[in-house]
Design a protein around this ligand. Structure first.
Ligand code: SIN
Length: 188
C-alpha cells in the first residue's frame, strides 16, 4: 500500500495560526477532527470523481473499494465544505488520507458569503500518477464495485450514500455522485 503521510508532512504549516481545509469527500460527512469554524465552499477547475481505490478505509488490498478524488476540469466548480483548523490537525488528516492523497493550497470561494472573499485552502488530491488511481470506468461497473466493497471504515456504499445525502442537504449538485448513488441504491 502507498503511504503519502511523510510526503505531506514535509509541507510545514507551524508558522500559521490557522488553516482552511477544503473537504469534498468523506471530509464532508465524517468530521473526526477539531474545528474552529465551518463554511460551505467551492473550488474552481476541479471535478469530484470516484476514481481512486480505497485499500485502507472502504475496501481491502484484496478487494479495493472506490472513493473520490479531484480531477482537473477547467470551468467546473466543485462544491464542498471548508473547515478552519489549527495546523496540528494535519498530523491526523495526513494519516487518514495516506492512500495516495497529497495536500496543496488552492484558491477557495465561500458559497455562503454574498461578496467574494479571496482565500486559500489545503485540499487533499489523489493524482492520476498515484499507485491507487483507478480512473474512469463505466458507471455501472463503478456502482457494482462500490456496492460490493467493505473495509475497516465500513461499507463502501455508506461512503457514497452519506456523501450524496450531505451534498443534497447542502444544496450542492453533483450528477456523478447522484447517478452513482441511484445505481447503488438499486443494487443494495
Ligand atoms: C476529502 O474528503 O476532501 C478527501 C477525500 C476523502 O477523504 O474522501
Amino acid at each position: 500500500m502507498i503511504n503519502t503521510t511523510e510526503q505531506n508532512q514535509q509541507q510545514a504549516l507551524d508558522h500559521l495560526e490557522d488553516v482552511w481545509l477544503f473537504g469534498y469527500g468523506s471530509l464532508i460527512f465524517k468530521v473526526d477532527f477539531p474545528i474552529l469554524e465551518q463554511r460551505p465552499a467551492s473550488i474552481s477547475g476541479w471535478s469530484r470523481r470516484f476514481w481512486q481505490a480505497s485499500h485502507d478505509h472502504r475496501g481491502t488490498p484484496e478487494k479495493p473499494g472506490r472513493v473520490v478524488t479531484l480531477i482537473e476540469e477547467p470551468g467546473n466548480i466543485c462544491q464542498g465544505m471548508a473547515y478552519r483548523v489549527t495546523p496540528d490537525t494535519f498530523a491526523h488528516l495526513d494519516h487518514r488520507e495516506k492512500n495516495g492523497y497529497l495536500r496543496f493550497f488552492a484558491p477557495l470561494s465561500f458559497t455562503d458569503a454574498p461578496e467574494h472573499v479571496p482565500a486559500e485552502a489545503l485540499v487533499y488530491v489523489a493524482g492520476p500518477d498515484n499507485a491507487a488511481f483507478l480512473g474512469d470506468a463505466p458507471l455501472q461497473d463503478i456502482a457494482q464495485q462500490i456496492a460490493s466493497s467493505h473495509g475497516p471504515s465500513g461499507a463502501n456504499a455508506d461512503y457514497l450514500l452519506q456523501l450524496d445525502d450531505a451534498l443534497k442537504t447542502m444544496g450542492a449538485i453533483d450528477t456523478h455522485v447522484a447517478e452513482l448513488a441511484a445505481q447503488v441504491r438499486a443494487l443494495l
